[in-house]
Design a protein around this ligand. Structure first.
Ligand SMILES: Cc1cc2nc3c(=O)[nH]c(=O)nc-3n(C[C@H](O)[C@H](O)[C@H](O)COP(=O)(O)O)c2cc1C
Length: 216
C-alpha cells in the first residue's frame, strides 16, 4: 500500500476498520487528526464541535461495557442469525468484534456538538433540549475518518452511545449544552483498508427532475 495515498484512493478505501491492534497511537497523530477535523465547514462557521480523547483504561472500560451491552441488546438476534459469509454477516461479525474489544482500542475519540435548534423549528416548538448541530459536526467527523486513513490508522464511526448518553455526560463531565454525536475508536488496523463497495452513483442520481436520466 502506498505510504501517501491520494485523496481519491483514501475515499475509495475508507471502510469501517473495526479490528484494531492494541498498540498505542502517538499523541502527535491524534493532534494531526484533530487539526484536520477542525478544518471542516460548519453553518455560519460556528465550529460547534468539541472533542474528548479517552485513552485511560477506566474511561475505555466504562464506555466499552455499556457499548457492548447495548449492541447485543439492539442487534442480539441478528448477530446469531445472519450467514457469517454474507456481506451483512461479515459486517455484523466485525461490529460484534468491535463491541467485544472496544475497551482495547488505543483511543476513543468522542465528538460532541453544541446543542442548537435547526432554524426551521419555530420558537414555539422549541421544547426540551435542542439536538446537537449534526449537520455542522458530521463534516468534521468525516475529516477525522479521512485523516486517520491518511495516516494509516483504522477508525470507525459509532453511535450506539445514544442508548446511554446520560451516563456518558455524568461520567466524563460533558456539559449538558453539548450532545455526543459520534464515538470513534482509533488504532493501527489489524486488516487492510478498502475497497468500499456501494450502490453506483447512477442508481441514486436524477437529472433536472426526479426520475429523469441524463441526456448525453
Ligand atoms: C450515522 C452512522 C452511525 C453508525 N453507527 C455505527 C455503530 O454504532 N457501530 C458500528 O459498528 N458502526 C456504525 N456505523 C458504521 C456503518 O455501519 C458503516 O459505515 C457501514 O456499514 C459501511 O461500512 P464500510 O464503510 O466498512 O463499507 C455508523 C455509520 C454511520 C454513518
Amino acid at each position: 500500500m502506498n505510504d501517501d495515498p491520494g485523496l481519491f484512493e483514501i475515499m475509495h478505501s475508507l471502510r469501517a476498520m473495526r479490528r484494531l491492534k492494541p498498540d498505542p497511537v502517538p499523541p502527535a497523530m491524534i493532534d494531526r487528526i484533530l487539526d484536520a477535523a477542525i478544518r471542516a465547514p460548519s453553518g455560519q462557521n460556528t465550529q460547534p464541535w468539541a472533542f474528548l480523547v479517552v485513552t485511560d483504561a477506566d474511561g475505555k472500560r466504562f464506555f466499552g461495557e455499556r457499548y457492548r451491552y447495548w449492541l447485543y441488546e439492539r442487534f442480539g438476534e441478528q448477530i446469531t442469525r445472519d450467514d457469517p459469509h454474507s456481506a451483512l454477516g461479515r459486517s455484523i461479525n466485525a461490529a460484534r468484534h468491535l463491541a467485544d474489544h472496544m475497551h482495547e482500542a488505543p483511543v476513543l475519540l468522542m465528538v460532541m456538538g453544541k446543542r442548537d435548534w435547526p432554524f426551521a423549528v419555530p420558537a414555539a416548538e422549541r421544547q426540551g433540549k435542542a439536538p446537537p448541530s449534526y449537520g455542522s459536526v458530521y463534516p468534521c467527523v468525516q475529516n477525522i475518518l479521512l485523516a486517520a486513513r491518511g495516516l494509516g490508522l483504522g477508525a470507525s464511526l459509532t453511535t450506539m452511545h445514544q442508548m446511554f448518553e446520560d451516563e456518558l455526560h455524568a461520567h466524563f463531565g460533558i456539559p449538558s449544552d453539548y450532545g455526543v454525536v459520534a464515538v470513534i475508536p482509533i488504532g493501527y488496523p489489524q486488516g487492510r483498508f478498502g475497497p468500499v463497495s456501494r450502490e453506483p452513483a447512477a442508481s441514486k442520481t436524477h437529472y433536472e427532475h426526479w426520475g429523469r436520466q441524463r441526456r448525453d
